[in-house]
Design a protein around this ligand. Structure first.
Ligand code: ZN
Length: 640
């Protein structure tokens, strides 16, 4: 036999031992019973140190027991919120294997780095604090202990901990027990390292290693991520789809806890309660422990007969109050990015990405509102920016008003015809950028910042912008890929002049999420009823869709538009948004500004009481539509 590296040798010895003992009948104790009897939680890492008690999180019992060797299921899927005890399920299973059902075991974390961290922090603590395990796994500090961070030997078995990004790790040995943690964070493909060649789906690779064991046991656990690419959702849909039903403390009706059941009085999210779906009785936080204890998993699908699937959201957490969740929800609602985190980590649901489904242009057309930029502005606007897209024979420009939580009002969409090589076109752009707008508080608002596309005619654009740098007119270039909307530092053009690289993908993602918001408030996009905002405008604005594509082992979001479709309106909006972000990067805060303007408005209202009857303010409420006079195109009028 040829010599081989000692750790590989250790693994082989472990595997051989495991194969011989795998023939022994498995013990009767289930994983939950084992955990209650033996598992001790450390003082350092656990919120509740001391003996493990399944009673505390009763919904984990059936999940653990389906993972036990005596269960008829070979695969267990757990689609879960964050902080519900998913890792504890895996640790209890590991403890059980080491003590009670030794065999070759593989634990896969999303990356090798995370695998090392999980081993150092969680597995080390599991072994140290549970005496029957400490006896079986020798101290890693001893020489020849067969115990390293990524490989731990124990009598008649071995545990290999690896990352889903390492095909070498995933191929290292056959495994009877396969524990896959946070599968939605796995890369789409494992790589071999230096060469970077793709090796295929890490979940498939890992499952292939269990093929030789008829009595294999596979655990798949994750918080879900994005719809359509979520592995855990896919696996759950193939399972028998169990949900946890708990009884109402008033009418005893068994029900699933859903987000729609959490109710709170206006402006008092902290006082939230859960409303029973049958008797509508209020269910308080203190009812939860008893409800959880009496809860039961009910399968809602036939499944493949081999996979037990469990889904649970954060409403079931014994450590989280309804009021806290309501507060989290109100915060999350302010931005699509935070809403994704809330949807994934609290509701344990996949998030539909904004760009994945197209916003309907005709719906946007239908919801335009009667306000005019040449009259007093809608009251919510506190700041104005502009974005200009340069074309061979024209400049297309949007002027956007911004309010609290980035609610936006499109104020004008202007097409300035002309040759970019001629001065006239730039004079027109300059005049447009100098427009002022009347705020209801009595102040005039100027365009606070503007971005001008320098895709071509770069020297001209840069000269124009440099001369107006004091007005925050920036020469920019839209860049695809993962980058912030506004760069932390500007780049340079070929002739060493400053040029700002704008992350248009992030801007599109934000806009498309916002176009889906249907009620005025945070993020909502208002458009006025004027001829410029016709169906063609909204088709341009919604011209692109986002797809997830895989290359070099990583998921890339890629924005595409139909061949021949125009998208200048989308570019102009992205640049106007980038202009807002340039101010935010400089410390500007929309909500603070909104507060100040509201105070000025209140002061003015107090002084204006007498005049109010003669000069009515434009209605803020969409519901109270005013009779509409056919608009004049104020920007044409001014540029004539
Ligand atoms: Zn009830």
């Amino acid at each position: 036999m040829q010599s081989m590296p000692s750790d590989q040798h250790a693994i082989l010895v472990g595997v051989r031992n495991a194969l011989t003992t795998a023939l022994r009948p498995d013990p009767e104790l289930t994983i939950s019973q084992w955990s209650d009897q033996y598992r001790v939680l450390s003082r350092v890492s656990a919120g509740e140190p001391g003996r493990w008690r399944t009673l505390r999180t009763p919904f984990l019992r059936e999940i653990m027991d389906c993972l036990s060797p005596s269960s008829p299921y070979s695969r267990v899927v757990f689609m879960k919120p964050a902080q519900i005890g998913g890792s504890e399920v895996l640790l209890n299973m590991l403890g059980y294997i080491i003590h009670y059902a030794p065999g070759p075991t593989m634990l896969v974390e999303p990356t090798v780095e995370l695998a090392k961290r999980f081993s150092r922090q969680r597995i080390a603590s599991l072994i140290e604090n549970t005496s029957v395990l400490a006896q079986r796994v020798s101290d890693p500090r001893e020489r020849d202990s067969g115990n390293t961070i990524l490989a731990k030997e124990f009598p008649a078995g071995v545990l290999v901990v690896t990352g889903a990004n390492s095909s070498v790790g995933l191929r290292s040995m056959p495994a009877r027990f396969l524990l896959m943690d946070e599968v939605d964070a796995y890369p789409p493909s494992a790589s071999t390292g230096a060469a970077g060649t793709e090796e295929g789906d890490p979940v498939d690779l890992a499952i292939r290693r269990t093929g030789t064991f008829a009595n294999r046991q596979i655990a798949m656990i994750s918080t879900p991520t994005i719809a359509e690419v979520s592995r855990i959702e896919q696996a759950y849909l193939e399972s028998d789809q169990r949900k946890y039903y708990v009884p109402c403390p008033h009418c005893c009706a068994f029900q699933i806890l859903r987000w729609s059941g959490v109710k709170w009085p206006d402006r008092k999210p902290g006082a939230a309660l859960y409303e029973c779906e049958r008797c509508h009785g209020p269910i308080a936080d203190h009812h939860k422990p008893a409800m959880l204890a009496r809860g039961e998993w009910r399968a809602e699908a036939a499944g493949d007969g081999d996979t037990a699937g469990f889904w649970l959201n954060g409403l079931y957490s014994p450590w989280t109050m309804w009021g806290q969740l309501a507060k989290d929800f109100l915060r999350a609602r302010k931005s699509p990015e935070r809403m994704q985190t809330f949807t994934n980590t609290v509701l344990a649901e996949t998030f539909q990405q904004a760009g994945a489904t197209k916003t309907d242009a005709s719906e946007l057309l239908a919801r335009r509102e009667p306000y005019r930029a040449d009259e007093i502005l809608p009251v919510g606007i506190v700041l104005i920016t502009a974005g200009a897209d340069l074309q061979a024979d024209r400049i297309e420009l949007e002027i956007v008003g911004w309010g609290r939580d980035e609610e936006s009002w499109s104020l004008a969409y202007v097409v300035l015809p002309g040759d970019p090589a001629q001065r006239e076109l730039w004079d027109m752009l300059d005049q447009t950028l100098l427009l002022t707008f009347e705020h209801p508080c009595g102040r005039e608002l100027k365009i606070a910042a503007a971005c001008v596309d320098s895709g071509f005619h770069q020297p001209t654009v840069q000269q124009f912008c440099n001369e107006r740098a004091h007005r925050r007119v920036y020469p920019i270039k839209g860049m695809a890929g993962q980058r912030p909307i506004w760069p932390r530092m500007h780049g340079h053009s070929a002739d060493r002049r400053p040029l700002w690289m704008v992350g248009v993908d992030a801007a599109k993602e934000a806009l498309y999420a916002r176009l889906k918001i249907s009620e005025p408030g945070p993020g909502f996009c208002h458009f006025p009823i004027t001829d410029q905002y016709d169906l063609g405008y909204f088709e341009q604005l919604t011209a692109e869709t986002c797809r997830v594509r895989y290359s070099k082992g990583f998921a890339h979001r890629e924005w595409t538009k139909k061949a021949g479709a125009r998208n200048e309106a989308l570019d102009a909006r992205n640049y106007a948004y980038a202009a807002l972000q340039s101010l935010v990067a400089g410390g500007f805060r929309l909500n603070k500004q909104a507060q100040q303007l509201e105070a000025m408005l209140a002061a003015k209202a107090a002084g204006d009481d007498v005049q109010r009857q003669q000069a009515p303010q434009p209605a803020r409420d969409r519901g109270g539509r005013q009779p509409w006079i056919e608009p004049q195109h104020w920007f044409n009028r001014r540029s004539e």
